[in-house]
Design a protein around this ligand. Structure first.
Ligand SMILES: Cc1cc2nc3c(=O)[nH]c(=O)nc-3n(C[C@H](O)[C@H](O)[C@H](O)COP(=O)(O)OP(=O)(O)OC[C@H]3O[C@@H](n4cnc5c(N)ncnc54)[C@H](O)[C@@H]3O)c2cc1C
Length: 459
């Protein structure tokens, strides 16, 4: 519990509501979609605007409070809520303005992906965001941002052209190519390490419908599917993004699926994806033309809030025959029917042409991102699901590089963070020393100030 004087100071400094233990809505506001996380902050500031964020930072600094920053709340390790500290909750900051002439959008950082896509698609425009509409636009973007358009248009960060950031002293900086360019570099992959980003501006692209969906095969075909997919993906044009793996379909049972999205001309996409429907008999074929917002909501039913979630993920050295053999051993073996594992994302095209040091996100050279994404519904099943996830990932380890996409990591620690920032780690430490030398913003994939040394295992 915060002392009453501090609560009064916070409350009188904010335009948005402050929720403390015992207040109505406090429990809802401290709850993250991942049921593994159960923390009780001293207060949750539901910020109404930039001034509220600035006030929170100043007061938290004055009282030496631990601070968590919450956008969409989907942090897998639960970094957006803390025990005892102050949560700066941006969820009410939903301002978004599309400029259809310049083809840009400026969005406040409480915006979720579904909201973002809806506003930009109203103008026939879009930019890369992730594939589950309830995820926060900012948390996803600041870590990198992989999605259906990354092959053609790059990661979410590759489309960011500006940001407003409330810094550790409570002041605000604008970051873009010309102003505070080092900060602009750092927030594009450096997650929340440098401040609270209150709005982001993106470049937009014309996207008028896609061809995609999913094809599902029997699990015992997984080896054949993986080998075929490997060859097929190697020839992918930039417009085509694929992901897939082992999952359960309601009313069908275990399947091995590939979910493609082709963002070029619909007829070309249909032609291109024909072989996926033919090389092995699908148990279900949900491919077709659809709107961009339709394909962007396709995964939502698989990720309802309130499930227990534990993930392990790293980029792969290569999708070798040996790696495929190992993956196949785990297909349809998860103790939970809600799990996506083993699962792969194909990283291709524009996102992989950016140099590793051009943005703070370094992993541009890898083609396959491996993940074991476990979800279950009963707390009592936690141990067996976590253990299975670790076994699956452990068996794959010889085929994985040390580096991971930080946004997919449940387990953290200094070495994981170092490997996630890879070749950019030392540069990020320099920036941290400059912009947040006391590590005020530390509930994130943390870059500790003053500890620069060449990261190992980035390859
Ligand atoms: C169901 C699901 C689907 C996903 N799909 C994808 C996908 O398709 N592609 C992909 O790339 N990733 C995906 N992810 C990973 C996702 O990018 C991360 O979990 C991301 O951190 C979620 O952002 P959030 O705003 O929802 O989370 P939050 O928990 O609100 O934020 C996560 C962290 O980001 C930082 N942060 C958030 N907002 C700000 C801000 N405004 N200023 C400073 N720091 C901030 C904070 O450190 C915070 O702890 C998915 C995750 C889940 C759970």
């Amino acid at each position: 519990m915060f002392p009453e004087s501090m609560v009064n100071q916070l409350r009188s400094s904010l335009r948005g509501p402050l929720l403390c233990p015992g207040n109505e809505n406090y429990d809802a506001a401290r709850t993250l979609p991942n049921a593994m996380i159960d923390r009780r902050p001293g207060a949750i500031a539901r910020c109404a605007g930039v001034a509220d964020v600035m006030a929170c930072v100043r007061i938290a600094r004055e009282h030496d409070l631990l601070v968590a920053v919450r956008g969409g709340g989907h942090s897998l390790p639960g970094k957006s809520v803390c025990d005892g500290g102050l949560v700066i909750d941006l969820g009410l900051m939903k301002g978004i303005r599309v400029d259809p002439v310049r083809r840009t959008v400026r969005a406040e950082t409480g915006v979720k992906l579904g909201e973002f896509d809806r506003e930009t698609q109203a103008f026939g425009l879009a930019t890369t965001q992730g594939v589950v509409p309830t995820v926060g636009m900012a948390g996803l973007t600041l870590g990198g941002g992989w999605g259906q358009l990354h092959g053609k248009y790059g990661l979410a960060i590759d489309n960011v052209i500006g940001a407003d950031v409330v810094m550790a002293d409570g002041g605000m900086l604008t970051a873009n190519r010309n102003e505070n360019a080092d900060l602009f570099w750092g927030i594009r992959g450096g997650s929340g390490n440098f401040g609270v980003v209150t709005s982001l501006e993106f470049r937009l692209h014309e996207v008028n419908g896609v061809f995609g969906g999913a094809v599902f095969y029997a699990p015992d075909k997984a080896k054949e599917v993986l080998k075929y997919w490997r060859e097929f993906a190697a020839e992918s044009p930039d417009e085509l993004v694929t992901q897939g793996g082992s999952l359960h379909l309601p009313d069908v049972g275990p399947v091995f699926g590939i979910a493609p999205c082709y963002c070029g001309a619909v007829a070309a996409g249909e032609e291109l994806l024909k072989p996926l429907r033919k090389f092995a008999p699908p148990v279900a074929d949900l491919l077709g033309p659809m709107s961009y917002t339709q394909i962007q909501s396709m995964f939502e039913p698989f990720f309802p809030p309130g499930r227990y979630v534990y993930t392990k993920s790293n980029f792969m050295k290569e999708l070798s025959d040996e790696a495929i053999d190992t993956m196949v051993e785990f297909v349809a073996k998860s103790p939970s029917p809600y799990t996506f594992a083993p699962f792969l994302e194909h990283w291709n095209g524009e996102a992989t042409r950016v140099a590793p040091t051009d943005t703070a996100f370094p992993h541009r050279q890898h083609t396959w991102d491996f993940m074991a994404w476990s979800m279950w519904t009963n707390r009592a099943d936690t141990e067996k699901n976590v253990q299975w996830t670790r076994e699956c990932w452990g068996a794959m380890k010889p085929h994985l590089v040390a580096g991971s996409y930080g946004n997919y990591a449940s387990d953290e620690g200094e070495e994981t963070a170092r490997a996630a920032y890879g070749i950019n780690y030392d540069h990020l430490v320099e920036l941290k020393n400059k912009y947040d030398p006391t590590n005020f913003f530390r509930l994130n994939h943390n870059i500790k100030p003053g500890t620069a040394r060449q990261a190992t295992g980035a390859a």
